[in-house]
Design a binder for this molecule. Structure first.
Ligand code: AHR
Length: 507
């Protein structure tokens, strides 16, 4: 095999520790994410609490570590007390963010119960739109205070004796956007967030909070918004959020640009890090601000919502179906997050079920894994340990983001077990015969090779739910310097190696 690409990874070239929450997710009261998504009493597979067991099984299959809840734009008008206590007395309300009717049949206690069933943590978001600092503080008291006060005793009365101890909290959502209920200027939001965090942390000093940063590179206040918000909140905040989505419009976009849009995310992350570090310097602070990319995904924004969705319960909103092309860009975005593992400590794939999601359900019916399910699962499983630098030499292609290599790579190394997982994406139609130079490791053996590929427009459907899936080849192939791997055109891979140690997982 004639090589046409070289990938070098050195054990000592560390980027940083990959947070266990880097590949979390997000569920909003929006469209069919909650109702007929995770919750559908009356469905043949609903459990005793009304949760769909087929959804629980797939979320468990992904091993999602953390889920942000309940919004999104929804949270900026949400009265959290509506969603607790006996279901029959919960109010129905107009939900202004998505022009729906909210029945409040699921609220914080119910969602926490669902999270317990799937085995993930909850990251609550508080309402900083119509909500006041007192509402946010009250929610912390309800969820995290032991007992002996009206709110903590109300939680106990509602069935949860011990506090939830939710550790991560979001201070509002996308407050930089006019689409947000009670959108504010950066000065207004910064002040309000500062006061809100103070109260929340006075109740539970152990919590970690994310302040709302820019909701995308295209928002005209970016990155000035982030600077000003951080100037108000630098001492109290633990993370600054950023949101970014990419979509493909066949009428106006070139495939080559779309497949390399992860380079745009790279730029966004860089400039947010620079902005945060500017504030650090300006404040003479010793603390480095970490980031929460708490909304990211593929979102084909040009697609309209179905007619008649206004003011109905659980309408079909943003039910994008994904093809192989989407899954390839998705894997590039994931790897970009791994490249910044030293600064991005929380990530939330937006969203998890039915709304721009890897999992789709039919009301009363079946379930499907979309194409993006597979790279996401690979990240949840294998992007663990230390993110190592990857050096690629290969052909480049001209894109609107500049010249881009045909290969994108990331590496995760677990020092304790000696596991090394290499992620590779080929964004071209060419086969790339890639030489692996893996340096300074103990003797490595390749134990698995996972591969995802297909025609760029292939999708999964309810009828053919695993038409495009990730394949896994078990191996025991000793690594030799200079070995060449065939990376087919338009494909995503995880090569799994282990150092030959007695205590290793595989020996
Ligand atoms: O994830 C869908 C929406 O995208 C969220 O509600 C909002 O925060 C973002 O604009």
């Amino acid at each position: 095999m004639e090589k046409n690409a070289v990938l070098t990874v050195e054990k000592q070239q560390k980027i940083g520790k990959i947070s266990k929450n880097l590949f979390g997710s997000f569920i909003e009261h929006m469209g069919r994410a909650i109702y007929t998504g995770i919750y559908e009493p009356g469905h043949p597979l609903a459990d005793e609490d009304g949760f769909r067991q087929d959804v629980i099984a797939l979320v468990k299959e992904l091993q999602v570590p953390l889920v942000r809840y309940p919004g999104g734009n929804f949270v900026s008008g949400y009265r959290w007390r509506d969603g607790i206590g006996p279901r029959e007395s919960r109010p129905r309300r107009l939900e202004l963010a998505w022009r729906s009717i909210e029945t409040n049949q699921v609220g914080m206690d119910d969602f926490a119960l669902w999270a317990e069933k799937v085995g993930c943590d909850v990251m609550p978001a508080v309402n900083l739109g119509t909500g006041q600092p007192q509402d946010a503080a009250d929610l912390v008291e309800y969820c995290n205070f032991q007992g002996g006060t009206e709110l903590s005793d109300l939680r106990r009365k509602n069935g949860k004796e011990n506090p939830y101890g939710f550790q991560y909290w979001c201070i509002g959502n996308e407050m930089d956007g006019d689409w947000q209920m009670c959108h504010m200027t950066s000065q207004e939001y910064g002040r309000k967030a500062h006061e809100t965090i103070k109260m929340m942390k006075w109740i539970d000093p152990s919590i970690k909070v994310t302040v709302a940063g820019s909701s995308g590179v295209s928002n005209k206040t970016y990155p000035e918004w982030d600077r000003i918000v951080l100037e108000h909140t630098y001492d109290e905040a633990d993370y600054l959020s950023l949101h970014q989505y990419y979509g493909f419009n066949p009428q106006s976009d070139r495939e080559v640009d779309y497949l390399h849009a992860y380079l745009d995310l790279e730029d966004f992350i860089h400039s947010i890090i620079s902005t945060a570090d500017y504030v650090k310097a300006y404040k003479r602070s010793k603390k480095t601000m970490m980031l929460a990319l708490d909304e990211w995904n593929i979102w084909h924004m040009h697609l309209p919502n179905p007619p008649g969705s206004d003011w109905s319960i659980a309408p079909s909103l943003l039910e994008n179906s994904y093809d192989v092309k989407d899954a390839l860009l998705f894997s590039g975005l994931m790897m970009t997050m791994m490249h910044h593992a030293d600064r991005i400590k929380i990530g939330c794939l937006a969203q998890l079920v039915n709304v721009i999601a890897p999992i789709m359900t039919r009301p009363g019916g079946g379930i499907l894994r979309q194409t993006i399910f597979y790279p996401y699962q690979a990240a949840c499983f294998y992007a663990k340990g230390i993110s190592l630098q990857t050096n690629i030499i290969c052909e480049k292609v001209e894109t609107k983001y500049g010249d881009a290599p045909l290969l994108c790579c990331a590496a995760a190394y677990q020092e304790e077990t000696g596991e090394l997982n290499l992620f590779l994406l080929n964004t071209s139609e060419k086969t790339l015969y890639t030489e692996f130079k893996l340096r300074d490791f103990e003797q490595l053996t390749m134990v698995e090779h996972h591969c995802f590929s297909g025609n760029l427009s292939d999708k999964n459907t309810l009828e053919q739910s695993q038409h495009t899936a990730m394949s896994c080849l078990k191996k025991t192939q000793r690594y030799e310097e200079g070995c060449i791997q065939k990376i087919d055109g338009y494909s995503f891979h995880v090569f799994r190696f282990t150092e030959n140690r007695k205590e290793s997982l595989f020996f």
